[in-house]
Design a protein around this ligand. Structure first.
Ligand SMILES: Cc1cc2nc3c(=O)[nH]c(=O)nc-3n(C[C@H](O)[C@H](O)[C@H](O)COP(=O)(O)OP(=O)(O)OC[C@H]3O[C@@H](n4cnc5c(N)ncnc54)[C@H](O)[C@@H]3O)c2cc1C
Length: 513
């Protein structure tokens, strides 16, 4: 049997960065279900936030993050995030990430809900691609072992401690066991739950399900961020039109060409994501069509083509020259704020099990993530996992996190008499309609009941699609149950039947088996 010091599941920014640090401490295996660069990281556009300019400070970054999080950020975790950000940027530069520069200094851009420019970017709007390719280029020739097309299926726990993982070889269909001292889940998000999503096809909630089934605590699942502006063209999968476009002066307008954001919020086009997404839904409701527009035609064409080469090229390839025409956009599912509950060292409640990146919930995003904080969160907390395990010969009992919590196990559901047949499109449509930007008790109950019925009828998975579909069903149940429990509106979670925030709900919902 194969024995490693570290096994890392996933090869986005969180998995690769952790692996590069872990290799200095012992043997490392990365398991990843596709090819090494299949991940959401590669698609990140806007950039990575860090208070590195003379006018900025970790304190200002802290305040912006807390303000966006709608009363649910873990303040200790946010302090760590903003204070350790500059050092992690230095690490990325050392690994070779080619951040854009201006006059010899790293260039910084503005993004929604940041009080000043603090977003580092690479290749204009190709930041994620540069980070992913730079890190995977470091990993490939190193002594880190990488198993591609290998899907983690079950965490092995012995006497309360993690001992390894089972994984499916996607080529042969066989299940293999790998043993380790430290298991780190870096499996990304779950955007594939929704019909309209900016996420890549790998985002199927696998890490959540692996951890949940092993007995880990899952928290904040009701908070799913919807990006307000994904390209909305018939037959084209939603492609992100980064907030940085509005940061550079792009303006939202309705089908009649009228700017509307100031009718909803004094922050206008640069309000937090949840506010902009809901405003767009209301505006579309008033004006009819299923889209609004971003206008950048007043910006010099050269600014558009150099600052947003990726977006410009993608739109042009689909027949739209954005220097001359309006960009049709609509909201799409984007980021899972909740996840596997970890403390400020990335530890779960199971000894030896860690999580980082989008699958983890460190508490830094609260109820609403501030743009460009997730790439940062991945590197800051990955680094802390390695700090924690450095020289650790004995696996210790994990420490818990501060903050008010309510604990629930997945409720037994009344299985409806008839449910639609399970298919990916049926699941995604149901989630889009009922656990989307605006929710209510009736719709959420329908989702919870239907998914419970689907889960009961699921056969034992045998290949990657069947594992992913099963993982989406359970992840979807966790989203729906948490959203049903939270009878208020806060951040990204908006209940039309409870439209106000309630002090009673200034707490985290933690779900376990
Ligand atoms: C279009 C888009 C734009 C974005 N822009 C920004 C931005 O500008 N700034 C920012 O901060 N954030 C941005 N985000 C969010 C950010 O990109 C992600 O949160 C971050 O990249 C997640 O990194 P990760 O390493 O946790 O996961 P990912 O990069 O998604 O990697 C997950 C890895 O886990 C693997 N995996 C999953 N399940 C299994 C399994 N069962 N077995 C084996 N392997 C598995 C996957 O194959 C993949 O390799 C954006 C997201 C999207 C979708």
């Amino acid at each position: 049997m194969n024995q490693y010091d570290y096994i890392i599941v996933g090869s986005g920014i969180a998995g690769l960065y952790t692996a590069l640090l872990a290799k200095e401490q012992g043997s490392v295996l990365i398991i990843t279900k596709g090819s090494i660069d299949d991940c959401n990281t590669k698609h990140a556009q806007g950039g990575i936030a860090a208070a590195i300019s003379k006018n900025d400070s970790p304190e200002l970054h802290f305040q912006d993050t807390i303000a966006a999080g709608a009363g649910l950020c873990d303040e200790e975790a946010v302090r760590i995030l903003v204070n350790e950000a500059p050092d992690r940027i230095t690490d990325l530069v050392k690994f070779g990430v080619p951040f854009d520069t201006l006059g010899g200094e790293i260039a910084l851009a503005m993004e929604a809900a940041h009080s000043l420019p603090r977003i580092l970017h690479a290749g204009g709007d190709a930041t994620g691609e540069h980070i992913e390719l730079t890190l995977s280029k470091q990993v490939r020739p190193s002594r880190i072992q990488v198993l591609e097309d290998c899907l983690a299926t079950e965490i092995l726990v012995e006497k309360g401690k993690v001992s390894g993982i089972k994984a499916l070889d996607c080529h042969t269909g066989s299940i293999e066991e790998f043993r380790c001292r430290f298991l780190i889940l870096a499996t990304g998000g779950a955007g594939q739950l929704y019909k309209f999503s900016t996420n890549s096809e790998i985002a199927t909630g696998d890490g959540i399900v692996l951890a949940f089934n092993a007995g880990a605590e899952i928290t904040d699942m009701e908070f799913f961020q919807f990006h307000p502006t994904a390209l909305h063209l018939p037959g084209v999968t939603p492609f992100l039109i980064s907030e940085a476009v509005r940061g550079e002066g792009g303006a939202l307008c309705n089908v009649d060409g009228r700017r509307f954001m100031l009718n909803y919020t004094p922050d206008g086009d640069l309000a937090p994501r949840d506010v902009v997404a809901r405003s767009i839904v209301y505006e579309m409701g008033k004006t009819g069509p299923d889209r609004v527009f971003i206008d950048v035609t007043h910006l010099p064409p050269q600014v558009i083509t150099t600052r947003f080469p990726h977006i410009y090229r993608f739109c042009l390839d689909h027949g739209l020259d954005i220097t001359k025409g309006l960009i049709p956009v609509a909201p799409a599912a984007h980021y899972m704020m909740g996840g596997i509950k970890v403390n400020s060292w990335g530890e779960t409640n199971i000894a030896g099990l860690f999580a980082c990146g989008e699958t983890a919930c460190t508490g830094v995003h609260g109820a609403n993530r501030l743009a460009s904080n997730s790439l940062l969160e991945a590197v800051v907390f990955s680094n802390r996992i390695i700090e924690k395990t450095r020289g650790d010969t004995e696996i210790k009992a994990p420490t818990t996190r501060q903050g008010k919590e309510v604990h629930h196990s997945l409720s037994q559901r009344q299985i409806p008499q008839s449910v639609p047949t399970l298919s990916l499109s049926a699941l995604q449509q149901l989630h889009w309609d009922k656990t989307g930007i605006i929710r209510n008790k009736e719709g959420l109950t329908q989702v919870a009941d239907t998914l419970a019925a689907w889960q009961k009828a699921l056969p034992q998975p045998t290949d990657r699609p069947s594992y992913e579909s099963s993982n989406l069903v359970l992840t979807g149940r966790l989203v729906a149950e948490a959203a049903l429990l939270r009878e208020e509106s806060r951040g990204a979670h908006f209940r039309s039947d409870f439209p106000q925030s309630s002090p009673r709900w200034q707490c985290h919902i933690v779900l376990t088996r």
